[in-house]
Design a protein around this ligand. Sequence first.
Ligand code: ADP
Ligand code: MG
Length: 247
Amino acid sequence: ERDFDRLRDKYHIQVDGEDIPPPIETFSDMKIPSPLLKFFKSKGIKKPTPIQIQGLTTAFAGRDMIGIAFTGSGKTLVFCLPLIMLAMEEEKKLPFVRGEGPVGIILCPSRELANQTYENVIAWTKALEEGGYPRVNTLLCMGGISMADQSHVMQRGIHIVVATPGRLIDMLEKKRFTLEACKYLCMDEADRMIDLGFEDDVRTIMSFFTHQRQTLLFSATMPRKIQDFAKESLIQPILVNVGRAGA
Ligand code: ADP
Ligand code: MG
């Protein structure tokens, strides 16, 4: 415990919540598949950033989480990696079939961010597939993508959806897929999401879930509105806050 606290102090990581998983010092402290580690290394990702040091074990433990860290601090990895691993586990258990809905959803406040996140997920799942791991199908669900392109992905069954709220609700209402297999929901840039008035859309999306889910909320800042939203939608969350001194 002492060592954990020392490590958190060293990286200015504040935590709050019950039964907080340990922080990690290196990626090899976690069971990250070696093809992915190799890929990370080739992209200059060698050592976990502070939000990754405490956030990865928290997200992997299946806990609801609020992750606060400044822009450029590597939050994407924290919420994508557990979902990719979950998708591969489910695929191993029972291969996904045509029309099958996602295991998890990543919600983004803009098309630009959704696209960037999607590109990350595609690169990481491709590296895994090339390394002999199960194929993971990811759907980018946002305005500006043709239904034909989306149908093409959906032919194989979808494991992961990266979406902006509006288009996702549209597809759920049209029953293009269900959230019957969905266990994981992440809101990225939650501060912007709330500023842009997406709160009710996120509530609508939550209402389509039929199972218990892990909910994660990531943001660069934590205004009151995020705290309130988290209180209503997360269960015994762990807060991981990597604030800059004085911020
Ligand atoms: P955030 O969402 O917190 O703003 P990103 O997840 O978009 O940050 O990451 C910002 C950049 O840092 C990306 O180019 C990403 O590849 C890179 N990155 C992520 N994790 C690491 C790491 N552990 N070491 C070096 N670079 C990293
Ligand atoms: Mg980000």
